[in-house]
Design a protein around this ligand. Structure first.
Ligand SMILES: Cc1cc2nc3c(=O)[nH]c(=O)nc-3n(C[C@H](O)[C@H](O)[C@H](O)COP(=O)(O)O)c2cc1C
Length: 199
């Protein structure tokens, strides 16, 4: 079978090949404003989306709102693990303060569409979140996708305006990297793909 010649590289491809997370503590002001958020979310909305259900939901938490989020996270941790020592609770409370912007990335799940199972809707929202990360990186911002048990806490979802049936996929910490970010080498791609032929 004839193979296509390797197309020339492009700024988009080079951006994808270089994206890397920035740890929250290395993120400073300025965070993306409304226009940059619009752009990043427009990229998220380019993710594949079975049934056109548009599950992407991004909630931005900035400034003093991060203090309130910290309280909510600490309350959630106590509710889930009542024996948590105070020092650990303080760490939980301070987590959102590590970066100027925390984005709660979620998926609004439709349960009335049996042809599009919930995991596919979450996959579409996760693919959108990845596009958002790539777009933020391409605009010079740094970001890091983190998780925690609070993502599955209905009280946390409620506080942030999500429905209990929605899925919270992660906390995206965003800001401007304090220094030129490292972009560590990745494994050899050939280990992660192969051609298949029937026996
Ligand atoms: C759904 C999801 C949840 C994640 N949660 C965490 C986390 O809680 N803690 C963590 O250190 N990394 C977490 N990561 C990984 C980081 O976002 C990041 O990918 C990792 O630090 C490696 O950096 P890189 O993106 O430059 O490869 C998560 C990634 C995904 C996709």
């Amino acid at each position: 079978m004839p193979e296509a010649p390797l197309p020339p590289t492009s700024p988009l491809l080079e951006g994808l090949l270089g994206r890397a997370s920035v740890p929250p503590r290395q993120l400073r002001d300025p965070a993306p404003g409304p226009e940059a958020m619009d752009r990043a979310v427009a990229a998220a909305l380019r993710a594949p989306d079975h049934g056109g259900l548009r599950p992407w939901r991004f909630v931005c938490i900035r400034g003093e709102a991060r203090v309130a989020l910290g309280r909510i996270l600490a309350e959630s941790l106590v509710a889930r693990e009542p024996e948590t020592p105070p020092a650990r609770l303080e760490i939980e409370r301070d987590k959102p303060l590590r970066a100027p912007l925390v984005i709660a990335a979620g998926a609004a799940i439709r349960h009335d569409r049996p042809g599009v199972p919930a995991w596919e809707q979450e996959a579409a929202a996760a693919a959108g979140t990845m596009n958002l990360l790539n777009a933020l990186d391409a605009m010079g911002f740094g970001a890091c996708w983190l998780s925690s048990g609070a993502l599955r806490d209905p009280a946390v979802k409620r506080h942030l305006g999500f429905a209990e049936t929605d899925a919270l996929l992660g906390w995206i910490y965003v800001g401007t990297p304090e220094a030129d970010r490292p972009r560590p080498a990745r494994p050899e791609p050939g280990r992660y793909w192969r051609d298949w032929s029937p026996d």
